[in-house]
Write a new protein. Structure first.
Ligand code: AMP
Length: 284
């Protein structure tokens, strides 16, 4: 699975990326984290990036594109990745398109976490307080002043990517104002609906869900039928995908979001049916 997580600072990209990594066994490629590591190690890249980062500006394109290109070539990225903090501008997105093309990799989706801006300052303040309480070092760009600058930069330079990926039918928008748990669930739901989640991962996730909600005995039975349930869910999630016309033949107003929504309804129905079957079997 190859994803981009899009959202302003404080929208929860890092948290959700960690969860996706854990769930699907893919790697998180955060340019911010890589640059902070380079600054800490005082590498040539770190020395160039240090002051720009401290002031909330953007590190030059050639540096971040180079970092990402090298990272995509590492063996652990072959299984899949989540880009967090990259691309941040339209030229970076175009460069990424080129990179992926050269490396014969296809992007599955761009997940946008949409949040209310007024909540962001408060979120970042809580993040700083929590980090201090844990005795962790606080990021030097997590101050109100720098955050305001980072937000302005997001609005001016990164938000156009919403249109960029929407036009390419890659954009999936999630309400980032929900609880962390809800956002995670919603991301997993839409990834399953568009068929980005591999059958094995979907089966594992469905089985884990049943184990969490039922008794151990029931869970044992359920894991057998979960295979069927998830399989069925995946089939129906994938079926409409085949029927989708190529982008050039689709009406311009048709959005990926709405097609993902209707697929999701079919998936929910299939899961419900699978659950009923499990219950019936358990009763018998
Ligand atoms: P983040 O952790 O994503 O908030 O990034 C922290 C800082 O690293 C940003 O404020 C930028 O200075 C720099 N940075 C991270 N990713 C990029 C990028 N794709 N392009 C330019 N600068 C970046």
């Amino acid at each position: 699975m190859r994803l981009i997580l899009l959202g302003p600072p404080g929208s929860g990209k890092g948290t959700q990326a960690h969860r996706l990594v854990h769930r699907y066994g893919i790697v998180q490629l955060s340019t911010g984290e890589m640059l902070r590591a380079a600054v800490a190690a005082q590498t040539p890249v770190g020395l160039k990036a240090k002051d720009v980062m401290a002031s909330g500006g953007l590190v030059p394109d050639e540096i971040v594109i180079g970092i990402i290109s090298d990272r995509l070539d590492q063996p652990d990225a072959a299984k899949g990745f989540i880009l967090d903090g990259f691309p941040r501008t339209v030229p970076q997105a175009q460069a990424l398109d080129e990179l992926l093309k050269k490396k014969h990799m296809r992007l599955d989706a761009v997940v946008e976490l949409r949040v209310n801006e007024s909540a962001l300052l408060q979120r970042v303040e809580s993040r700083v307080a929590e980090m201090r309480a844990r005795g962790e070092e606080v990021r030097i760009d997590d101050t109100q002043e720098v955050l305001t600058k980072r937000l302005a930069s997001y609005r001016a330079l990164t938000e156009p990517l919403i249109h960029y990926y929407s036009e390419r039918r890659k954009l999936l928008t999630v309400d980032g104002m929900m609880t962390i748990e809800h956002v995670t669930r919603e991301i997993n739901r839409i990834l399953t609906a568009i068929g980005a989640v591999e059958a094995k991962a979907a089966k594992k996730a469905a089985a884990a869900k049943r184990i969490a909600s039922g008794t151990k005995k029931a869970a044992g039975k359920a894991s057998k039928s979960a295979g069927k349930g998830a399989g069925a869910a995946r089939k129906v999630a994938k079926a409409p995908r085949k029927a989708v016309k190529p982008a050039s033949k689709r009406p311009k107003t048709a959005s990926r979001k709405s097609s993902a929504g209707s697929k999701a309804a079919v998936v929910r129905k299939a899961k419900k049916t699978a659950k009923k079957v499990t219950k019936k079997r358990a009763k018998a």
